[in-house]
Design a protein around this ligand. Structure first.
Ligand SMILES: *Cc1c(COP(=O)(O)O)cnc(C)c1O
Length: 467
């Protein structure tokens, strides 16, 4: 399988190169040159357990030998607390797909545990090293750190804004003491962290010299790992009901998770609708209702991992939506760059897409949904999941069961749970244990030069200091 850029100005690359590259060299995102058709395999795949299914799905997209993929998958999901990796259960009128049984209790573990092992494999084969630089406002940093801790040939440097992330999120990162993990609290905001990262990645000589790479959600391997659970969940729900088609509701920020659902549907999984749910940061739900994608201000909400305006994976969808016309896509992206807005023509029936529908779950809806599910079903939703459930319940149908993706464990967001229920009932032993763990973190000024000095020194063999 070869991968092409959405901007159409680089030569196709193989799977390993696509994984190591992240962003394509022409600034576009990489996609498989053809989406494989799995319709004929569905009956054979249906009885498989999660890991075996993952091997089948991945073998369509990679040139890694099946035996190696099996080993990588086995190691990736050994850290999950549930046998099924991503179990599904019926709760009220919906099915909940629990994606939070990984080490950091958020769905990002599903992809980042896999990516960590995949990096290790590729680096080992090619005798290369990788120094990952990341900026985080919360969940991504901890999932990335847990994905590569202790991995051969990899160091990870994660910047977070000093004192500006939740105590749980900070502890989940700084309590990882492996010698290849470097936590950096930047005296500034999340935007400062991202700015520093951009400056450093734009210094190509520095980037090459220090073998810098990234783990952000545009990496194709992250999307690939997420495709698997759409198949897995659909099969379990079709087994449990007489349905032969399902719907998914997905709480969305960067459009990474729901893009995987779109790919699964394009591969032939019988999906009747993809419900895109946002919080008050609603650029994507406005797009799927009006065809206009225009930038708004970022609001702080109860679901902070979705507090995003420019959705980095959206370009992959747009490319497909405009018939894989890279020249047209380039025009749209430069229009967006200049005017902060782009638009597409509705379809003849007035809709924007035949698969996606979209809506918003605001603060009040988030709290009400958490309270309602706790009262009625004794089931605690985290605030991100609650946004998806709130919108998903507006699109129920008689013959297509609704599967709502649960993207984090409620214990990661005890404040929202307390506000919704009036009680401190969101608990998890992983979170409880954090309080007593020793931590390590370096505080640095918000300047690219101090970061560069720190990186150069650490990569040259300086070790991280215990504080
Ligand atoms: C990252 C994240 C999301 C949003 O996922 P995208 O792939 O960015 O759309 C939703 N919920 C939680 C808990 C997350 O960490």
């Amino acid at each position: 399988m070869k991968y092409v850029s959405t901007r159409g100005q680089t030569d196709p690359v193989g799977f390993r190169e696509a994984v190591m590259m992240g962003l394509a060299r022409d600034g576009g995102l990489l996609l498989p040159e053809a989406i494989p058709d799995a319709s004929a395999a569905l009956e054979r795949w249906r009885p498989l357990d999660y890991r075996a299914l993952a091997c089948e799905v991945m073998s369509l997209y990679t040139d890694v030998p099946a035996e190696t993929t099996r080993r990588v998958i086995g190691k990736s999901y050994a850290t999950f607390a549930h046998d099924e990796v991503t179990p599904v259960s019926r709760v009220g009128e919906a099915f909940i797909l629990e994606l939070f049984h990984g080490p950091t209790l958020a769905f990002k573990d599903v992809a980042l545990q896999y990516l960590g092992h995949l990096f290790e494999l590729i680096l080992g084969e090619e005798n290369r090293r990788l120094n990952i630089l990341a900026a985080t406002s919360g969940d991504t940093g901890s999932a990335a750190i847990h994905g590569v801790r202790g991995r051969e040939g990899i160091r990870i440097f994660v910047m977070h804004p000093h004192g500006k992330i939740s105590v749980i999120q900070e502890k989940q990162m700084t309590s990882v003491l492996d010698s290849n993990v470097f936590n950096i609290a930047v005296d500034g905001t999340f935007d400062d962290c991202q700015g520093i990262m951009k400056t450093i990645f734009n210094d190509l000589a520095f980037k090459d010299r220090y073998e810098l790479g990234s783990v952000n959600s545009i990496n194709w391997a992250r999307v690939l790992a997420q495709i698997v659970y759409y198949f897995y969940a659909a099969f379990r729900v079709m087994d449990a009901t007489s349905a032969d088609r399902v719907r998914f509701s997905v709480p969305t920020g960067n459009f990474g998770d729901i893009l995987a659902g779109y790919m699964a549907a394009r591969m032939g999984l019988p999906v009747g609708a993809l419900v895109l749910a946002t919080n008050e940061n609603d650029i994507l739900s406005r797009f799927f209702n009006t065809g206009v994608y225009s930038l708004g201000a970022v609001h702080a909400t109860l679901s902070p991992s979705m507090d995003i305006q420019v959705a980095s994976n959206f370009e992959r969808y747009l490319y497909c939506r405009v018939g894989e016309d890279a020249a047209r896509l380039r025009g749209m992206m430069s229009e967006f760059h200049e005017t902060k807005s782009l638009s597409i023509e509705p379809r003849p029936d007035g809709s924007i897409d035949d698969l996606f529908v979209a809506g918003v779950g605001d603060r009040a809806a988030t709290l009400a949904t958490i309270e309602d599910f706790n009262d009625k079903y004794d089931y605690l939703l985290d605030p991100h999941t609650a946004v998806g459930v709130h919108v998903g319940l507006q699109y129920l149908s008689d013959d297509e069961p609704m599967i709502c993706l649960a993207t984090a464990h409620p214990a990661k967001f005890p404040g929202a749970i307390r506000e919704a229920t009036g009680k401190d009932i969101a608990k998890h032993p992983i979170v409880d244990a954090l309080a007593d763990l020793p931590t390590r973190c370096e505080v640095l000024p918000a300047s690219p030069d101090s970061l560069k000095d720190y990186l150069a020194n650490a990569i040259a063999g300086g070790t991280a200091r215990l504080t």
